[in-house]
Design a protein around this ligand. Structure first.
Ligand SMILES: Cc1cc2nc3c(=O)[nH]c(=O)nc-3n(C[C@H](O)[C@H](O)[C@H](O)COP(=O)(O)O)c2cc1C
Length: 188
């Protein structure tokens, strides 16, 4: 049984280190895992409660469907001014509605992050975990920090070349897949 991980980058930047981090994650996922990068964050409109009950914007329904189809969520986020980037928070606000039946509820979720500073988006990750918890996701109580990301990647592809990082990333993915496994397993 394949475990489907939906990967979301909190950055819109073309050469985002966080998006590259998710590309680096794909080959490190355990066998039997399918990791899909959702790349429509830019298209999600600003959340407006007035629009909550109308026909949803295509990017919003796309996000909801992608999350509903996934067994687990993997979010790589930058930190903007000590917190979660606005565009990511906005998408999670859309995802959170309707509150009781939102597709992230009960879904295992892991957060990691890259920054160009010394702390590896530690507060951005913490706030993303907090928001995912508010949605009712089963958030792994772990962080994975990639500090000074401008020096961390291979020059010719998205591999992270920092010592030991691949091991930590593979371990995080293993924990996420383990958390998803009961839900992904076929019924007895
Ligand atoms: C508006 C803004 C605020 C930022 N605030 C922080 C911050 O609080 N902490 C930090 O470590 N880096 C901060 N940075 C630097 C980011 O770590 C850096 O731009 C990083 O490359 C963003 O991730 P990305 O490469 O995935 O886009 C900030 C960058 C921007 C544009």
């Amino acid at each position: 049984m394949t475990v489907r991980i939906l990967a979301i980058s909190g950055s819109l930047r073309r050469n985002s280190y966080n998006t590259r981090l998710l590309r680096a994650a794909a080959p490190l996922a355990p066998p039997g895992t399918e990791l899909t990068l959702w790349d429509e964050l830019r298209d999600v409109p600003p959340f407006d409660e007035d629009d909550e009950h109308g026909v949803p914007h295509a990017a919003v329904s796309g996000l909801r469907a992608a999350v509903a189809d996934a067994d687990a969520l993997l979010i790589a986020t930058p930190e903007y001014n000590g917190s979660i980037p606005g565009q990511l928070k906005n998408a999670l606000d859309w995802l959170s509605r309707p509150y009781r039946t939102n597709p992230a509820r009960g879904k295992p979720a892991a957060v990691l992050g890259a920054s160009t500073g010394r702390l590896g988006a530690v507060w951005g990750q913490a706030d993303t975990r907090k928001v995912l918890g508010a949605l009712g996701a089963r958030v792994l109580d772990r962080e994975l920090l990639l500090a000074r990301a401008q020096h961390a990647f291979a020059t010719d592809d998205d591999r992270v070349v920092r010592d030991g990082f691949d091991h930590h990333l593979a371990d995080l993915l293993r924990s996420l897949v383990d958390a998803a496994a009961p839900a992904a397993a076929p019924a007895a």
